[in-house]
Write a protein that binds this ligand. Structure first.
Ligand code: GLV
Ligand code: GLV
Length: 317
């Protein structure tokens, strides 16, 4: 058996693969280029991929018909052509569940940062400019009795709702399905955008959610409202967001993901009312270790028997 791992993972998490046969781990401290990926996969029975690897027809064709599994080391899998993987007779897996708390925690960190201007204040202090306390100095916005609008009420959206409720925030959400409990009120997206003080995105990136938050959506938001995105960059039209932030259309944004990641729109980098994190949602040592372990468990389950633990459902055509 041959397992291709596209980016170094904690060595201990890879140990179970050693019994399977050959394990190729990328030697690079960066994502593989498309050519390097196609060069690495021929003969692979399993590919352990990262969210910045595009696994498409060309990679699957290069791998060959013995490929049984593409194990993505992420909960999001917009980087995988799941339909093509199924047509090649292989299974795609992701790492759901294990990063819910870490991502919800980071969402709260960004939400608090942008509404209370923590990073902006940090930049001011480091700049050496003089400052002193006064009654209006760097005032932000409080959260109590404000409304948080959660777009996408999966495990992460619900974990954010629980945390925000402890801050005294009212919750509304937009989701395909009613959640059937007291987690908040389900409302149409337009109403969520028009009435929320903070809008936080927790939907996957799909054809339906690409540019869900575009110019018209941003125009619906209140001028005092904030946008938080820890989901996927292309859910937001970054041009339209930079414009809305620069012209006072909304009050601020806190972003962990970018439309053309790792590039960030220059219009965002120059604004004070924006917090920019480098895709840290799942970045705790405990969570990243669990993600790597689960990806490896999926490979072992597929190649040795018992089946993968967290397969991705193939959408019907
Ligand atoms: C991170 O963005 C993930 O999808 O796991
Ligand atoms: C995220 O990890 C989820 O399971 O929705």
């Amino acid at each position: 058996m041959k397992v291709v791992v596209t980016r170094a993972l904690p060595p201990a998490t890879l140990a179970p693969l050693a019994d399977l046969g050959e394990v190729w781990v990328s030697p690079h401290d960066r994502p593989l280029t498309t050519d390097e990926l196609r060069d690495a996969v021929p003969g692979a029975n399993a590919i352990v991929s990262m969210l910045n690897d595009r696994i498409d027809e060309s990679v699957l064709a290069a791998a060959g018909s013995q490929l049984q599994i593409v194990a993505n080391t992420a909960v999001g899998y917009d980087n995988l052509d799941v339909g093509a993987i199924a047509r090649h007779g292989a299974t795609a897996t992701n790492t759901p569940g294990v990063l819910v708390d870490a991502t919800a925690d980071l969402t709260m960190a960004l939400l608090l940062d942008v509404t209370r201007r923590v990073s902006e204040g940090d930049r001011l202090v480091r700049s050496g400019q003089s400052w002193s306390w006064d009654i209006g100095f760097m005032v932000g916005s409080g959260l109590q009795r404000k409304q948080l609008g959660i777009v996408g009420m999966g495990h992460i959206g619900r974990a954010v709702a629980k945390r925000a409720a402890a801050f005294g925030v009212d919750i509304v959400y937009h989701a395909r399905r009613e959640q059937g409990d007291d987690i908040g009120r389900r409302v149409p997206l337009d109403e969520l955008l028009a009435t929320s003080d903070v809008v936080s995105l927790h939907c996957p990136l799909t054809a339906e959610t690409r540019h869900l938050i575009d110019g018209p959506a941003l125009n619906r938001m209140k001028a005092e409202a904030f946008l938080v995105n820890t989901a996927r960059g292309p859910v937001v039209d970054e041009n339209a967001l930079a414009e809305a932030l620069a012209t006072g259309g909304i009050a601020g944004a806190a972003l962990d993901v970018y439309e053309h990641e790792p590039d960030v729109h220059p219009g965002l980098r120059n604004l004070g009312n924006v917090v920019l994190a480098p895709h840290l949602g799942s970045a705790t040592i405990e969570t990243r270790t669990r993600m790597a372990e689960l990806a490896v468990e999926n490979v072992v389950g597929m190649l040795v028997g018992g089946g993968p633990i967290t397969p991705i459902a193939v959408p019907s055509q």
